[in-house]
Ligand binder design. Structure first.
Ligand SMILES: [Zn+2]
Ligand SMILES: [Zn+2]
Length: 571
């Protein structure tokens, strides 16, 4: 017999959980219980909060229900029967009411617990061989903050214990790497509630890493002929009327702000600004492709419920660029953005890199889409990049490519996107004079490869578990004198290292050596350089390299040479 697909198994586990809750906490009203990525949840309306001990008891009862191996029995009922069955549960009644007339209403029963459900289950409860309840969180009924606050119990379920153990281990590892936790521990960034949610304060160490990332990206842009531009943050709303953002995106835009009777907006994207620069003078086919780049800071209104550390924020900076080209240049331009993306992802040592190409079936506009899609496919094939097609998932203005990476512990993250756009050039009336002396419409490519610098940084913190490679590390080395007598030598060495372009600190504390070393290890500094009497006499340093057991004593000059090689190779 084939294994039940995980989503169905997990959803069945949600039923089992609700059964256990019915038995142990009859005052709780079950609402909904879907499968989610890696697990399931069930929302209950109950005045008393579920405690960790409650979860343990529930798990125990669930084990009994699983062991009893109840069959999952479904039956279709009339609306009246359903209403009668759920007369004490306003949530289920609301769901029943919303099922359109003529559509079947089905109830599913295991043991003596019956739930309203559309179906998609394991055949028997015994199939749930490995599960665990994880935690409880608050959740509004139907995700609406005007509704009742429910208690959501999260759990996970797998085909076998081995899979469950592997998942729990990965979860633990993910918690250890949580960028919010590491961000505070390593003093990289903070979110200050006093200033509002979803806004990131980059502390000096975080800002140093960001500066290096930006410089790395700029270097690639310069090589590929991108031109830097800088555009304003608050602009007239008319711009977004023309672009169509006001129509399609207003709910995510901050503002309007009144400026002498005119409505202004905080920019949610950089495209219109770059378009205005394109439009500021006549363009000829000889000017194309034109590539404008900007680390453009944008603000988008996200509901507080979805905000998360650096990965979902209200203000962020994208490594944005807009390419204006002739249709026959599209493929080459797309290829070079992919080369650029590869350069970035390789430097960050992501395990894997793959793309989703989203096309737009229904919104397709003439042959332009076909040509664009063909060009993107050809570019992908030439770049030898693995990709999958998501038919119909494209943006409303054209096909797009999403760049995904797999991090050090196997999680995937979506980072940048490359999008082909026929619409904005049209809306803004962009043109270039062709070789034929006539005006033509350019095609636009929007591309951000790191995506948001905030999100990218968050992903990198987790990917490296805060231990940035030497070229990215905010502090690359620390000189630690064993005693007061070596402090001057430590400062002298640090000065020479800084003079050579490195980011170096000196430990001036009065702690014992072991304590100092432990401290700098928790700071995840790549090189701890110890200076004792002998080192001072010989003009050397004792190198304690992160992740390397053996220590070695070398001259300052050879350490500088070594570090220079490591940094320049981004090793
Ligand atoms: Zn169900
Ligand atoms: Zn754009």
């Amino acid at each position: 017999m084939p294994e039940t697909p995980l989503p169905e198994l997990r959803h069945t586990a949600a039923h089992v959980l609700a059964y256990a809750v019915q038995d142990l906490f009859p005052d709780a009203k079950p609402t909904i219980g879907p499968a989610i990525e890696n697990g399931f949840y069930y929302d209950f309306d109950r005045t008393t909060p579920f405690t960790p001990e409650d979860l343990e008891r529930l798990e125990g009862r669930m084990r009994e229900i699983v062991a009893a191996d109840y069959p999952m029995i479904g039956r279709e009922v009339t609306r009246e029967e359903a209403i009668k069955h759920f007369r004490d549960n306003p949530y289920k009644l609301e769901i029943v009411e919303q099922i359109p007339r003529g559509e079947p209403i089905t109830l599913y029963t295991i043991g003596d617990f019956t739930d309203l459900c559309r179906g998609g289950h394991a055949k028997r409860t015994g199939e749930i061989r490995a599960f665990k309840l994880q935690n409880v969180a608050g959740a509004y009924w139907r995700g609406d903050e005007n509704n009742a606050m429910l208690q959501r119990i999260y759990g996970t379920a797998w085909h076998n214990q081995h899979e469950l153990d592997a998942y729990l281990l990965q979860l633990e590892e993910a918690q250890r790497r949580d960028h919010r936790k590491l961000g505070a521990e390593l003093d990289l960034f903070s979110i200050e509630e006093e200033a509002g949610s979803g806004l990131i304060f980059w502390h000096p160490k975080g800002a140093v890493v960001r500066g290096i990332l930006e410089e790395f990206i700029r270097e690639g842009l310069r090589e590929r002929g991108y031109l830097p531009v800088v555009t304003p943050h608050v602009v007239s709303e008319r711009l977004y009327e023309t672009s169509g953002h006001l129509e399609n995106y207003a709910q995510n835009m901050f503002g309007p702000i009144d400026v002498e009777g005119q409505r202004f907006r905080v920019k949610p994207m950089n495209c219109p600004g770059h378009i205005l620069i394109y439009k500021s003078r006549p363009r000829s086919y000889r000017d194309l492709p034109l590539r404008y780049s900007e680390f453009g800071t944008v603000y988008r209104f996200e509901r507080s419920g979805v905000l998360h550390g650096l990965t979902r924020v209200r203000g962020f900076t994208t490594d944005d660029a807009h390419l204006f080209c002739a249709p026959d240049q599209l493929q080459r331009e797309f290829e070079q953005t992919l080369e650029e993306a590869l350069r970035l992802m390789n430097a960050m040592r992501f395990e894997d890199f793959f793309c989703y190409l989203s096309t737009r079936e229904e919104l397709k506009r003439g042959d332009t889409d076909d040509a664009a899609e063909a060009a993107i496919r050809a570019a992908l094939e030439r770049s030898n990049l693995p990709f999958q097609i998501d038919e119909g998932g494209g943006a409303f203005y054209g096909p797009k490519l999403d760049i995904n990476v797999r991090d050090a512990i196997g999680r995937t993250w979506q980072l940048g996107t490359v999008q082909v756009d026929f619409m904005l050039p049209e809306r803004f009336g962009l043109a270039y004079r062709g070789a034929d002396g006539r005006d033509h419409r350019p095609v636009m490519i929007h591309r951000a490869l790191a995506g948001s610098m905030e999100r990218f940084f968050g992903v990198l913190i987790e990917h490296f578990a805060g231990a940035f490679p030497a070229w990215l590390a905010p502090v690359q080395a620390v000189v630690v004198p064993i005693a007061e007598g070596q402090l001057a030598y430590a400062h002298e060495s640090a000065a020479q290292l800084r003079g050579a372009g490195f980011r170096v600190e000196v430990d001036e504390s009065n702690e014992k050596l072991g304590h100092k070393i432990r401290h700098w290890k928790t700071e995840k500094v790549p090189y701890i350089l110890v200076a004792g009497k002998q080192e001072v006499e010989q003009g050397t340093l004792n190198v304690n390299e992160r992740g390397v057991e053996a220590k070695r004593t070398i001259s300052l000059a050879s350490f500088i040479e070594e570090l220079r090689a490591v940094v320049s190779s981004r090793g």
